[in-house]
Design a binder for this molecule. Structure first.
Ligand code: HEM
Length: 231
């Protein structure tokens, strides 16, 4: 097999890996959003949900490990594809913005991806570990049907009442929307669901999915920031 064919094959493999891991990550983000929306149901509802997850014990660590592995594979595949694309075009376009067919989101996938990963590191250190907590709202306890549990509700409300913290979440989730809008459409193409006839629908699906996640994830910091939710 000559070099070009080899590169093409490994690029197709990496794109497929990016698409499959992308589906898993999208499902996680959707499920996570639906779970978190329980903040609108009040303290007991969110704390019960969080406590149920915490009570999964070893299974929770299996899920965490699988998620981390999927994320790392997604990032690794993205780097492979980027490197192969650059190798295929060693001389940069003279007019880089001539590729009008490529959307702004597509051209910035790598940058938005890096921002999402940086946000994720901050987010886990904030809400899961409590090591980076500008709002000082981590670590409280609440009563749930006679059991003392981690007050995740108080942590989220207190976190988003702190303006800089809320703004970090708002900006990061807007960038996530961009990443998802292009990523969801792109993975459908990679998995062979896009044709000339349905290209518009595929793009609309990506955008719709991104906007759905955006609405859910932005509703939380924004409504808390503006005092519409919380005590
Ligand atoms: C406004 C949006 C978000 C809110 C309110 C939120 C809320 C939370 C909360 C409360 C926890 C800790 C749960 C606990 O300790 O029981 C958590 C953990 C986590 N979140 Fe989010 N999240 C948001 C957005 C995101 C996004 C966009 C992602 C992924 C791109 C994400 C990924 C994670 C991960 C990986 C964990 C760690 C799960 C674990 O191992 O315990 N979150 N989130």
């Amino acid at each position: 097999m000559n070099r070009t064919a080899k590169t093409l094959r490994s690029t197709i493999g990496a794109k497929a890996l990016m698409a499959v891991t992308g589906v898993a990550l999208l499902l996680f983000v959707l499920g996570h959003m639906v779970g978190n929306l329980q903040v609108f149901g009040g303290r007991d509802m969110l704390n019960k949900y969080a406590h149920t997850l915490q009570s999964l014990g070893p299974l929770l660590w299996v899920i965490r490990g699988a998620l981390l592995a999927i994320l790392l594979l997604h990032v690794w595949a993205a780097l492979q594809v980027t490197r192969a694309n650059r190798a295929a075009r060693p001389v940069a376009y003279e007019h880089a913005r001539q590729d009008l067919a490529t959307s702004y989101a597509a051209r910035t996938m790598l940058v938005s991806g890096v921002v999402v990963v940086l946000f994720l590191i901050y987010h886990v250190l904030h809400f899961t570990v409590g090591a980076v907590d500008f709002a000082g709202s981590y670590g409280g306890h609440a009563d749930l049907d006679g059991t003392e549990v981690h007050d995740v509700y108080g942590m989220v409300i207190g976190g988003f009442k702190h303006l800089p913290t809320a703004l970090i979440y708002v900006v990061a989730n807007l960038i996530l929307v961009m990443h998802i809008a292009h990523g969801a459409a792109s993975l459908l193409q990679t998995l062979g669901f896009r044709s000339q006839a349905n290209a518009g629908k595929v793009r609309a699906f990506g955008l719709g999915f991104g906007v759905l996640i955006g609405i859910g994830n932005l509703a939380m910091p924004l409504s808390i920031m503006f005092g519409m939710v919380g005590d």
